[in-house]
Design a protein around this ligand. Structure first.
Ligand SMILES: Nc1ncnc2c1ncn2[C@@H]1O[C@H](COP(=O)(O)OP(=O)(O)O)[C@@H](O)[C@H]1O
Ligand SMILES: [Mg+2]
Length: 284
């Protein structure tokens, strides 16, 4: 569906690259994630792919057709773009924001109220967006990004700053759209969002892709299963963590025999642990 080859982008055009030699593909109906810390190049990549920033160097091929310069109108009709900082017009109500944006497209659009309901803003539909909280503006921006029933949907930090319930409902909408066949490019610095939603994830740091695979394979290839044992000693609850390879397994059995064990938990590595292992950097 989308093929990206050796993409570079420099804001200053001085050889100081925000992204460099970035290559990946996204299949139709796939959720492809970019996971990386602030400044890694996630929003820049989204900008170039979505036609906000010019294609300076490298190739973007969508459904077999290579991009030349900025994309044409038919491309903009087919994509949805959710920005990191939501672009809402504060003097209009939430409903009028969506109705206005719907008019910009040369194609069938969603009913504005239906989309507002999906993001839980129906009761605030006729309030001016200036009275919305940050999270509400975020949800309105998210709603706007799907008003034109996009086939390709770009989502930049879609759950940032949202409470867990609202974040969950946003994630469920993303899953539903994927099930309907939407192709999704999602940027985040949140490993849980990436893990829960993405079919494949690229780790990005300093403008470069450091690893790319399914969340499961990233964990299997680079992580280690662990076991944490809580035990009682001298009237206190203590804990000890073991890896699960080679002689560590024997140590676990020995430890269980020698101690008054209270709980045993196995843990799989988190994506952040693997990110740190592979890149030497955390996700904050
Ligand atoms: N408008 C801009 N002008 C100059 N440099 C920028 C601009 N936007 C981003 N950058 C730089 O490009 C790099 C990548 O930024 P960005 O793509 O926003 O990262 P992320 O979305 O992963 O946080 C950073 O070093 C950032 O400072
Ligand atoms: Mg960003």
């Amino acid at each position: 569906m989308i093929e990206v080859k050796n993409l570079y982008y420099s804001y200053k055009k001085n050889g100081d690259y925000a992204i460099q030699d970035v290559s990946f593909h996204i299949d139709k109906g796939e959720i492809f994630g970019f996971l990386g810390p602030s400044g890694a190049g996630k929003s820049t990549t989204q900008g170039v792919l979505s036609g906000l920033l010019e294609l300076q160097q490298g190739e973007i091929i969508i459904e077999g057709i290579p991009r030349k310069g900025l994309p044409d109108k038919s491309f903009f009709n087919r994509i949805g773009v959710g920005f990191e900082i939501p672009n809402v017009y504060k003097k209009l109500s939430g409903l009028d924001n969506l109705r206005y944006h719907a008019k910009l497209y040369d194609r069938e659009t969603e009913d504005a109220m239906t989309v507002l309901k999906m993001v839980g803003l129906e009761e605030h539909a006729r309030q001016k967006a200036s009275s919305y909280s940050k999270g509400m503006k975020q949800r309105l921006g998210f709603a706007r990004s799907m008003i034109n029933k996009p086939e390709i949907w770009f989502l930049d930090e879609p759950t940032m700053g949202l409470d867990p319930n609202t974040a969950n409902s946003i994630k469920n909408i993303v899953r539903k759209k994927k099930a309907e066949g939407t192709t999704i490019f999602l940027s985040t610095h949140n490993m849980f969002v990436a893990d829960e939603l993405c079919d494949r994830i690229a780790f990005i740091v300093d403008g470069k892709i450091a690893a790319l695979d399914t969340p499961k394979n990233l964990k299997l290839k680079h992580g280690q299963l662990s076991v944490t044992i809580e035990y009682a000693e001298d009237g206190k609850l203590k804990s000890e963590t073991f890896g699960m390879n080679g002689d560590e397994k024997a140590k676990v059995q020995q430890f269980i025999g020698d101690h008054e064990v209270k709980t045993i938990h196995s843990g799989e590595p988190t994506l952040e642990e693997i990110f740190i292992k592979l890149t030497g950097r955390g996700l904050e």
